[in-house]
Design a protein around this ligand. Sequence first.
Ligand code: FBP
Length: 539
Amino acid sequence: MAKSALQIARAAYQPKLPKALKGNVAIKEGKATESVADQAEIKKLFPNTYGMPVVTFEASNTPLSLKDMNVGVILSGGQAPGGHNVISGLFDGLKSMNKNAKLYGFLGGPSGLVDHKYIELTADIIDEYRNTGGFDIIGSGRTKLEETEQFDKGIEICNKLGIKAIVIIGGDDSNTNACVLAEYYLQKNTGIQVIGCPKTIDGDLKNDEIETSFGFDTACKVYSEVIGNIMRDANSAKKYWHFIKLMGRSASHIALECGLQTQPNICIVSEEVEAKKMTLAQIVNNIADTVAARAAKGNNFGVCLIPEGLIEFVPEMKVLIKELNDLLAETNGDVPAAVKKLSSNSASVYASLPDFVQKQLTLERDPHGNVQVSLIETEKLLIEMVKTELAKRKAAGSYSGKFSGLGHFFGYEGRCAAPSNFDADYCYSLGFNAACLMAAGKTGYMSLIKNTTAPADQWIAGGVPVTKMMNMEKRHGAMKPVIRKALVELDGAPFKKLAENRATWAIETAFVYPGPIQYWGPSEVCDQPTKTLALEQAK
Ligand code: FBP
């Protein structure tokens, strides 16, 4: 495989581990835990894995030993920088405790376990992937592990390969399913442990225990670099308004973090839009106000950040999308007939949308018949609507600037970037720590690395029972136990920081240009966590 000079040099980077994991390790158990809500229901559904304590690892004189066993690993869902380091940390952790332990990687995500597709991950393979981005070492997939037939197929292959523990690297849904699997394997007395690791660039898998999901740090730094470059271009050319949509299926953590790193003129946060029940027209008006205010000072340029999930947080759009889903099913995809049957509110929202969005809303549907919201080009929609609003203002004589909008979408550009030092260290520690949880006989736990704003050797390692993070939520019409998703909190420190500053950032050109991720150099350049993490963890 041809490699870049950076890749070759970076392969030699030895990720940092928390002090407690560097030598012999002992486990310390805390008090029994409760789920964050719906305790009785969750306890009933998870009789064997409910109530377990949070555990931490401490340096000790006696080593943890890992019995003769093999381990399987699965990458689940969207790519996030650092996945390869979780696997290399897991490999090194296993080998440090038992040289004979073999690590198998299930191919293409959770379906690899069910379809018995796997490879043995040897030292040679692992070495090729240390500190690299991507999930290509074994591939990933979005198959959900939910059915007992799937779990039973898993038992078959684990028995065949001598696998006594599985690590599932995934987001909130995959870790919920990991816990369902752990519970089932305990009930069936299979002796197979299941450990989860918190992954997603979206940053929405976090709570009192899990400080951040891996990949968020690197992805936000990559996007912020490019946003900064665009800002500098905007400030040089002084003739474009850039509308930049940022990935993050639902929560706005990525847009908010990039906003804090780069100080744009506008940073929309979907959770605020929903809380204030803002209409599309209000959002457009607010943007037009900022464009006009800057134009009045001679600045016909700017940058507006838009979270990917925005459309679904605008109350009237949510209703329109739901009505269209139902009506298109009812009319067998007859668009004009479905549009005719819209409620009068939805019909006027629909009529206010540019043609291309109307088309995207009615044509692009997923296999379940739902509109594919992620394909709606919100950045272009807003540009069009702002243009129309400004034209009205111009005709009324209240605006005399120039507006030229350019749309961008940053998503896949950041998901497989070479992990930042933070993610390289965090991921390696999560993987190494998962091996310790296995040696300690734990199952139904998520690998836990805390105190992550301190230098890595002061990080705290341990495990949190997945049931502790669960509540009951409605999914596809039925109540299900799930890990509670973390949306942006409007009373949280990161959002407050944006809210305090955005009026100034709107009018002034206060852009910050973060530049590319640095892997070597002064610690304040190379090892900084995200602003979100720093603000949330500030004591
Ligand atoms: P995960 O939650 O599985 O980590 O994936 C997150 C994500 O990157 C979202 O930001 C994005 O909306 C989605 O995946 C896109 O995934 P896909 O390319 O599979 O549609």
